[in-house]
Design a protein around this ligand. Structure first.
Ligand code: CP3
Length: 460
């Protein structure tokens, strides 16, 4: 059995039990400064479930892992506000316990296991039983089973089929004991959904037939409605049911990255046309980014409403701009996106490649977690990002192509440096490379968990 499988651990990971916090049965509360908790009966039920969960063989590596076969499925309520202002009530029946309670906002039901997730705890900078891990682009071309599902189906068509989305999103979780799933979709899905003639060409990336170059093009970027992406809502709902409480990360493209595909008409090395528009026509630039921010807000809201428990904004190519230009030309739009998501009560992650000089500003924009690529060590990132933020990252994906001894040593270094952050989610510095051996990712996941396990309180 795999010693390092934290998901096989007992559900109670060293938190104060709910009966100690005075929380009534049938409820759990997630506040920025309070921990999830369980009633003794729920705790017992979950302990039995976990203790009897089946051991599945990992198809990629042959490494056995315990999986939670079922969850108590207990619905709970999520509140925003101070711990004192939290309401505790059975689902659907709110009971006010203080005048402050009116400030609390019920967001949506979460399962008790989500409330306890190490991933969400790290994002919120709470104590964790071990360092959580997931991988950007964990679903996709590095998996043979992905290539099989995708045979004969175009990338963007596969993003409109809820069963396909669900299957591909789950594929990495059958191989790796990662702490979160990320929805299978693409940053251009909402653009296509509002009528932009974008397609994803295999081996190339997003290509836009009619690029956005003048004010007249803005009209093509209409607002995104939930009815434009019913398949996203359905897929997220299917996934939340299947994930048994393991968090699902929703995502969207950041304003600069989306603008780049629209303006350039396809992938670009230096984003010259995009930056020329940013420098040369600020009015059109802000109008464009304003519309993209609207679409992004709506796309993220749709995912959170359907059940995603965190969101990541991929402004992958924003590292192409200077800090000054970022502050004036991009940050206002990114801030608006994160502010609009604030009331949703889910952690907001912000990531871009080559953004070492922008990390402070990316945090300032309102992210709870700042994603770091491999160019900046995490302890240096801690110095660049204001207090009150967790970090995510940052093993160079190319390291995974080196011998295991190198991977192991580099991963340990990331963990050690990550301990200097208020919260750390282990990840790569960018997406999984297509040529990565899935067995290596499975082994790395277990290493991260085993190396980072924290002693239970009260144990020597
Ligand atoms: O992380 C995941 O596994 C979830 C799925 C996901 C995809 N795209 C699927 C995809 C995510 C999170 C994205 C985000 C995305 N898409 C980004 C931001 C992340 C990053 O890499 O910086 C960007 C810039 C895009 C745009 C995009 N889509 C590019 C540049 C490409 C081509 C590169 C490539 O990997 O082929 C795509 C296509 C794409 N998106 C694929 C997948 C699985 C490959 C399509 C295929 O298999 O034919």
């Amino acid at each position: 059995m795999n010693k390092a499988s934290p998901h096989a651990e007992q559900p109670h990971s060293g938190h104060s039990p709910s009966w100690a916090s005075g929380q009534p049965a049938g409820s759990a509360c997630i506040c920025s400064n309070s921990r999830s908790s369980l009633h003794p009966v729920q705790y017992l039920v979950r302990w039995v479930i976990v203790a009897t969960s089946s051991v599945r063989r990992n198809p990629g590596t042959g490494v056995g892992r315990n999986r939670v076969a079922a969850d108590s499925g207990m619905a709970s309520q999520r509140f925003v506000g101070s711990a004192a202002a939290c309401l505790y009530a059975a689902p659907g029946r709110l009971r006010e316990t203080s005048p402050d309670a009116r400030r609390c906002e019920t967001i949506r039901d979460v399962t008790a296991r989500q409330a306890e997730s190490a991933f969400l705890q790290a994002c919120r900078r709470e104590p964790v039983p071990y360092t959580p891990v997931w991988y950007m682009r964990q679903a996709g071309r590095s998996l043979p089973e992905y290539r099989k599902v995708r045979q004969g189906v175009s990338m963007l068509d596969s993003c409109t089929r809820p069963e396909v989305i669900t299957e591909i999103t789950m594929q990495p979780l059958r191989r790796y004991d990662v702490d979160a799933a990320i929805l299978f979709s693409d940053i251009v899905v909402p653009l296509r959904a509002v009528g932009i003639d974008v397609d994803i060409e295999p081996g190339v990336g997003p290509v836009v037939d009619t690029p956005v170059r003048g004010p007249a093009d803005l009209g093509r970027l209409r607002a995104l409605e939930p009815g434009d992406v019913p398949y996203v809502t359905e897929a997220v709902q299917l996934l939340v049911a299947e994930l048994n409480g393991r968090p699902l990360i929703g995502f969207a493209g950041g304003p600069f990255t989306l603008a780049s595909y629209l303006v350039e008409g396809g992938p670009s090395k230096n984003h010259d046309r995009t930056k020329a528009l940013m420098y040369g026509d600020p009015e059109l630039w802000h109008a464009l980014l304003g519309r993209l921010a609207e679409i992004t807000i709506s796309f993220l809201h749709i995912q959170v409403t359907a059940g995603a428990s965190a969101v990541q904004l991929f402004d992958s190519w924003v590292g192409a701009v200077s800090p000054d230009d970022y502050r004036h030309a991009i940050l206002p739009h990114t801030s608006r996106i994160f502010a609009a998501l604030g009331s949703a009560g889910v952690p907001r992650i912000h990531f871009g490649v080559g953004t070492g000089e922008l990390l402070g500003l990316m945090g300032e924009a309102g992210a709870d977690v700042v994603g770091v690529d491999w160019r900046i060590p995490l302890d240096e990132a801690v110095r660049r990002v204001e207090p009150g933020k967790a970090l995510q990252g940052n093993l160079d994906p190319a390291v995974l192509l080196a011998p295991w001894e190198v991977i192991e040593q580099r991963a340990r270094e990331v963990l050690v440096r990550g301990r200097t952050a208020e919260g750390h989610v282990f990840n790569l510095g960018h997406g999984v490379l297509p040529e990565t051996d899935p067995g290596v990712l499975a082994r790395l996941t277990d290493l991260v968990h085993a190396e980072s396990i924290r002693p239970k309180p009260g144990r020597p």
